[in-house]
Ligand binder design. Sequence first.
Ligand code: AMP
Length: 120
Amino acid sequence: MAEETIFSKIIRREIPADILYQDELVTAFRDISPQAPTHVLIVPNHLIPTVNDVKASDEKALGRMVTVAAKLAEEAGIAKDGYRLIMNCNQHAGQEVFHIHMHLVGGEPLGPLLAKKQSV
Ligand code: AMP
């Protein structure tokens, strides 16, 4: 059984977070350490540790993550200029929280897709 993360507590509103959207499938809240003027995390309400663990039965929630991202981008006023949606998987991508999440980042030019590789 996968271990819950802090995101499950946010989804259940057991700890504070700036929740922008919630429905029966997904929750969206502001990242605690924003990397751009808009930085929101969109997560499925049920625990999926990594993208490697996604099943066909999760497709509805994952589709909702994208439609909610687009809605929140529109509300934030960044839809026309553009934004980036990011999902990190495991060590090489630097995944820190093992409950899948989509980063919605924007509000300024974001530069190249990948930061210069750091030596590991
Ligand atoms: P990742 O590296 O893709 O796993 O991203 C994890 C993200 O979760 C980071 O951007 C963190 O700043 C963010 N984060 C961690 N804890 C919290 C929290 N309690 N509330 C909001 N965002 C968080």
